[in-house]
Design a protein around this ligand. Structure first.
Ligand SMILES: [Zn+2]
Length: 264
C-alpha cells in the first residue's frame, strides 16, 4: 500500500512526540521507575516507526545504463530528522540492477547547520568521488542536486555499474557511519569506510566516469552536455567531512585510506 509521505508540519509533530518520549523515558530511568520507562520505550519505538514509514522517497538520480530513476528515502526538511542518524536503516524500494551505492554532500549555503541529538555525517559541502569505486570497470557516478528546507543544497552522488561489484566491496550509504552488507550467500558483514575522496572532478569527467542531472531538474534524466559544461565542478565550499550534533557543527578532516581496526 502506498503511504503518503509526511508534510513538514506532520514531521515536526512526529519528531516532537519522539523527543518527548525519549526525555520522559530517560527521566523515569533516573527515578528507577523501570516499568513505566518500558512503556515509554514503546512510545519511542512507535514514533520512530511512524517517521520512517512516512519518510519522503525522492528521485535522487538517474541510471546511466537504462535511464531508470533512482528513488531513495531522504529527509529534506532538516538534519534533525532521524534519517540523518548514522545508525538509521531506512527501508528502500527495489532499484535497477546497476545501482551500487548512494553517497552525498550538503552545502549549508550560509544557513546554520542543525541536527538532532546524534552526530549527523552529511559529507563535505561540495561533490566528490571515491576513486577506488570509480576504478571498477563499467562504474559511473551520477551527481545531482536536491534543495533542503533549511536552505541547504544537497548533492546526491550515486554509483552505478554495468556489472555490480560484490556488496562487501562497495561502501556505506550517504549519512551512515558503517558499511553494512549482505552477500548473495546470505553472509552479512560490516566495515568502517576510509576510502580517500577526490574533489578534482575534471579528469573523471574527461574519462566519461561522471554524469550529472541538471541542477533544478527533477533528477529523472541525465544531461547530454559535454564534460566541460558539468555544473558541479569547482564549486565553492568546505572540502572536509562535516559532523553536526544539535546546533554544533565541526569538520573532521578527510578519510585517509588507513584501515580501522575492527572489534568483532
Ligand atoms: Zn540501471
Amino acid at each position: 500500500m502506498q503511504v503518503t509521505p509526511f508534510s513538514e508540519s506532520e514531521r515536526a509533530e512526529i519528531l516532537r512526540r519522539y523527543r518527548k518520549a525519549l526525555e520522559t523515558r530517560a527521566r523515569l530511568v533516573e527515578q528507577e521507575d523501570y516499568d513505566l520507562a518500558r512503556a515509554y520505550s514503546s512510545k519511542v519505538r512507535q514514533a520512530k516507526e511512524a517517521y520512517f514509514k512516512r519518510l519522503p522517497r525522492l528521485t535522487m538520480s538517474c541510471c546511466p545504463f537504462d535511464g531508470k530513476p533512482l528513488v531513495r528515502t531522504f529527509d529534506p526538511y532538516g538534519m534533525d530528522g532521524l534519517w540523518w542518524n548514522p545508525d538509521a536503516k531506512p527501508e528502500e524500494l527495489p532499484c535497477c540492477p546497476h545501482f551500487c551505492v548512494l553517497r552525498g554532500a550538503v552545502h549549508f549555503a550560509g544557513e546554520k547547520p542543525y541536527a538532532g541529538k546524534f552526530q549527523a555525517q552529511p559529507g563535505p559541502e561540495v561533490p566528490y568521488v571515491i576513486p577506488r569505486l570509480l576504478d571498477y570497470p563499467g562504474m559511473i557516478v551520477v551527481i545531482a542536486q536536491i534543495k533542503m528546507a533549511p536552505g541547504y543544497l544537497a548533492y546526491p552522488i550515486a554509483y552505478f555499474a554495468e556489472r555490480r561489484p560484490p556488496p562487501d566491496e562497495l561502501t556505506a550509504d550517504w549519512g551512515r557511519g558503517l558499511h553494512t552488507y549482505r552477500m548473495s550467500s546470505g553472509e552479512t558483514g560490516w566495515n568502517v569506510p576510509t576510502d580517500p575522496w577526490d574533489f578534482d572532478l575534471k579528469p573523471w569527467l574527461a574519462k566519461g566516469k561522471i554524469r550529472w542531472c541538471p541542477p533544478g531538474s527533477d533528477n529523472t534524466f541525465l544531461s547530454t552536455g559535454p564534460p566541460e559544461t558539468c555544473p558541479y565542478v569547482d564549486l565553492p565550499g568546505i572540502r572536509e567531512r562535516f559532523i553536526v550534533e544539535g546546533d554544533v557543527a565541526w569538520t573532521h578532516g578527510l578519510p585517509d585510506g588507513a584501515s580501522v581496526s575492527r572489534m568483532d
